[in-house]
Design a protein around this ligand. Structure first.
Ligand SMILES: C[S@@+](CC[C@H](N)C(=O)[O-])C[C@H]1O[C@@H](n2cnc3c(N)ncnc32)[C@H](O)[C@@H]1O
Length: 347
């Protein structure tokens, strides 16, 4: 995944909120489309990539009580809070929405000018997975992106442009396009930009509830191993072998989950703990009576290494759900060996 955190922190540090091209004194189109939904005032609403927008304060003014704003840039959220007297009535989350699990579901997911920056297929997949994780079945998503005649860049970065149908197709079969409108935004410099606002509704049953009458999963709810891996990795800051070794030297726990024949063939990694894959969750869950107290800790980084770096990604994603700061090694032990890093003879 491309990491654009630094870019956005710099933008919001160097530019006044009303000087950026996407600035709007009042988020009129977003508010109009939200009001059309007539949601109950306690409906959970997320504004993802909310930046310094006034949307949250406008929603609180209208009586909405469960508003969350997430953005990759802490500076952006600080700008949004500046001068907003009721800022403590909003949940502010500094997070990359592609990887974040809010741990709850929203009735409304609002995104103005964020998804359009996902120009790589991998980023779009991670974003859609996050949307699926965090949107209520039956909930709505309102997304605004540059339209087909909109600019090709924004904030110096390339963007993807969409018509409503292309946007709905990109977001996947679980979201039905209900309504769209074109909005012309005028930037502070006076340039007109074509935006498409689309309202979509999540129709897909929750994966957990997706059993068919025969007890088999519906085809549209099935997942592939490639997708499973993409979703797992979207939440990891993976390390190359050299970075993993350095992190281990700084105190991280390196856990070798290779099977015994692989360790016998290629050797042991100095200082690594060997934990069999089939007991890993029981050793690492801090709430499990069979935990290893040295490893099942939220205050120590855990780095998993397997033979080639696939199984370790799935396992690390699971450990993160226990509250463990887990990641894995890109390329696994094979990459470690290829990098000439230390190994010891097994046995
Ligand atoms: C063009 S601005 C739009 C801001 C706001 N939605 C608005 O309409 O004023 C894009 C915003 O997306 C945020 N952003 C970009 N990539 C992100 C990501 N992966 N996760 C969370 N926020 C992101 C940026 O920090 C920035 O605030």
């Amino acid at each position: 995944m491309s990491d654009q955190r630094e870019h956005w922190e710099r933008v919001y540090t160097e530019k006044a909120p009303d000087a950026v091209s996407w600035f709007e004194a009042a988020p009129r189109a977003s508010l109009a489309m939200i009001e059309e939904l007539a949601l109950p005032l306690d409906a959970p609403i997320a504004d993802v990539g909310g930046g310094a927008s006034h949307l949250a304060s406008e929603l609180v003014d209208r009586g909405y009580t469960d508003v969350t704003v997430a953005d990759i840039s802490g500076e952006a959220l600080q700008r949004a809070r500046d001068g907003f007297a009721a800022a403590d009535r909003v949940a502010w989350v500094i997070a990359d929405v592609r990887a974040h699990d809010f741990g709850r579901r929203f009735r409304l997911w609002h995104d103005r000018a964020v998804f359009q920056f996902m120009v790589a297929a991998e980023d779009r997949r991670a974003y859609v997975a996050a949307l699926e994780r965090n949107l209520d079945p039956g909930g709505h998503a309102i997304l605004a992106t540059f339209g087909p005649d909109g600019p090709t860049r924004c904030s110096g970065l390339p963007v993807a442009r969409y018509g409503p149908r292309e946007l709905a197709a990109e977001l996947g079969a679980g979201l039905d396009l209900e309504h769209s409108r074109e909005v012309v935004h005028t930037t502070p410099a006076g340039t007109a930009q074509q935006f498409i606002y689309a309202r979509l509704r999540r129709s897909q049953p929750d994966r957990d509830e997706a059993e068919s009458v025969e007890g088999r999963m519906r085809p549209e709810a099935r997942i592939t191993v490639a997708r499973l891996l993409d979703e797992a990795r979207a939440g990891l800051e993976r390390l190359g072998p050299a970075a993993a070794l350095e992190a281990q030297r700084q105190g991280a726990a390196l856990i070798d989950i290779r099977c015994e024949p692989q360790r016998a063939r290629d050797g042991l990694l100095p200082g690594a703990t060997t934990t069999a894959r089939n007991v890993l969750e029981w050793r690492l869950d801090p709430a499990c009576p069979y935990r290893d107290p040295e490893l099942a800790r939220s205050d120590r980084k855990v780095i998993l290494i397997c033979d080639e770096g696939y199984q370790s990604s799935l396992a690390a994603a699971t450990l993160r759900r226990f509250g463990i700061d887990a990641t894995d090694v890109v390329g696994g032990a094979q990459a470690w060996l290829a990098a000439g890093l230390p190994v010891e003879r097994a046995g």
